[in-house]
Design a protein around this ligand. Structure first.
Ligand code: SF4
Length: 476
């Protein structure tokens, strides 16, 4: 047996160096082993045969990308699995395209687990405020399902640029200070503070946004697995809120419809309510567009909505994603894709290696169309006239952002972008020229995935959805 010692559990460069040497020396997967040890930086066994003189080899980029993810998985055999794939690529150059192959499938599954762990870390890290000798610092303790700290830390760097923060995990720590991201040794739970004022903020926020009428305990635990609860301040409230949900639901049903929020009231008083924007008004910024949407009366949907919800994302995003309309949570929050479908979209984007922060997300229709049904505000699909009326705003967003690729989620979004009714299943998966240099790519809406009852069918459809997003990335 030939053994290579790696410098750490996520030492991809060390593994690559060792695996390359193994393969050049003709060491079969059965005779190759990897272990993590102090001072490890390459091959351990002195008797490794000399390089055979085989020409330097290359591997598909898809393998390298996959390997960088798989190595973050906690499975003890991940180094061996990757070397087996590397070895087989020597005689099976198209191996990575065979997703049904047992080794490829295992690697893909692990990469998916790693991606999910990173997504959960973004969602469930909770900072607590402390004072040190140089001032305020935010510190979080987190236990990721896989070793995703270094992969995920840049997300927090971009999100919390102006904060000084540290994230402590059993695998290592990350700190952002003076514009530099640094990684340090593993930490223990007791090194992080447990309570502060922010704790109360999270609890208050969660209690106020918890909607008992939409409670589905199993779905909630799927999105917020119990393993993360112990470090979430708001999780302490869940049992009580669930127990009280039926009482609160009755109270919600009895309560009058919510008043338009303060933001809408301010906007209405500032803007001319008599369709000022209709007479040659063309928004020149996204802010202006957002304000004008609050005063729009082009169709009746504004009457029952809390506010208009416009698109969000970089002003010059290359990729725009268009959904149908804001849902119940988006209508209340004033932001697109913050509800369950948004979380499905976030996870799929992550798997497709698209940074959500690089994407402009919006909807074909800006106000929430719904009808009261017992305890709930039930989503209603906007009709063609409403989509056509709101297309004016969608086109204005397109003019301002000028994306290269527009992904439409579902038939309503496709109607809004293309201006014609289409069968998404027929036109799905091919770039459609939009005449302004941009291409549209049609796919399903993530809420469709949430409604598929059969788990296997749902997983298959989800994979197709991720594949569509991956194709959009390729079109860019
Ligand atoms: Fe105007 Fe669109 Fe709202 Fe209708 S849905 S009122 S067109 S912004």
């Amino acid at each position: 047996m030939q053994v290579a010692v790696l410098g750490g559990e996520t030492d991809f460069d060390g593994w690559r160096k060792a695996a390359r040497a193994f393969r050049l020396a003709g060491v079969t997967p059965e005779r190759a082993a990897f272990r993590v040890g102090a001072g490890g930086d390459g091959l351990f066994d002195e008797s490794l045969p000399a390089v055979t003189g085989e020409a330097p080899f290359s591997v598909p980029k898809a393998f390298v990308d996959l390997a960088q993810e798989v190595i973050l998985h906690r499975a003890g055999d991940r180094f061996d699995l990757l070397y087996r794939l590397l070895w087989r690529l020597g005689t099976e150059p198209d191996l990575m395209k065979v997703s049904t192959d047992v080794d490829v499938a295992a690697a893909l599954e692990r990469a998916k687990n790693v991606s999910r762990a990173s997504h959960k870390m973004k969602a469930f890290v909770r900072f607590r405020q402390v004072e040190d000798e140089t001032g305020e610092r935010c510190v979080a303790w987190f236990e990721p399902a896989h070793r995703v700290l270094e992969r995920t830390a840049p997300f927090f760097m971009r999100r919390f640029t102006s904060m000084r923060w540290s994230i402590l995990t059993p695998d290592g720590s990350a700190s952002w200070e003076d514009g530099a991201l640094a990684f340090g040794p593993p930490a223990t739970r007791d090194m992080a503070p447990s309570e502060d004022e922010i704790e109360e903020f999270w609890k208050t926020y969660y209690a106020s946004t918890f909607n008992p009428a939409r409670l589905k305990t199993r779905t909630m635990q799927g999105e917020m697995p119990r393993r993360y609860w112990k470090n979430l301040p708001e999780a302490a409230l869940i049992p009580e809120l669930v127990a009280r949900s039926s009482v609160r639901t009755e109270a919600m049903v009895a309560a009058p419809a919510p008043e338009p929020n303060a933001r809408l009231a301010r906007t209405l008083s500032r803007l001319n309510r008599d369709h000022a924007f209709e007479e040659g008004f063309v928004p020149s910024t996204l802010d202006e567009l957002d304000q004008a949407v609050q005063a729009c009366r082009r169709c009746p949907l504004w009457r029952d909505a809390t506010q208009g919800v416009c698109g969000e994302g970089p002003r010059k995003a290359k990729l725009m994603i268009v959904g149908e309309q804001p849902g119940d949570q988006e209508d209340l929050a004033g932001h697109p894709f913050v509800g369950p479908a948004g979380r499905v979209l976030d996870a799929a984007l992550e798997e497709a290696r698209i940074d959500r922060e690089d994407v402009f997300v919006t909807n074909a229709v800006k106000h929430f169309k719904h009808e009261p049904r017992g305890k709930r505000r039930l989503h209603k699909t906007p009709n063609t006239a409403e989509v056509s009326a709101c297309r004016w705003w969608l086109n204005a967003e397109r003019r301002l952002v000028r994306p290269r690729v527009i992904v439409t989620l579902g038939a309503t979004a496709a109607l809004g972008v293309l201006g014609r009714k289409v069968a998404v299943t027929k036109e799905r998966g091919r770039g459609i020229d939009l005449g302004d240099g941009a291409k549209a790519l049609l796919t399903v809406h993530p809420s469709y995935l949430l409604r598929i009852p059969d788990a296997a069918a749902r997983a298959g459809e989800r994979d197709r959805f991720v594949a569509d997003l991956t194709q959009a990335r390729a079109l860019l």
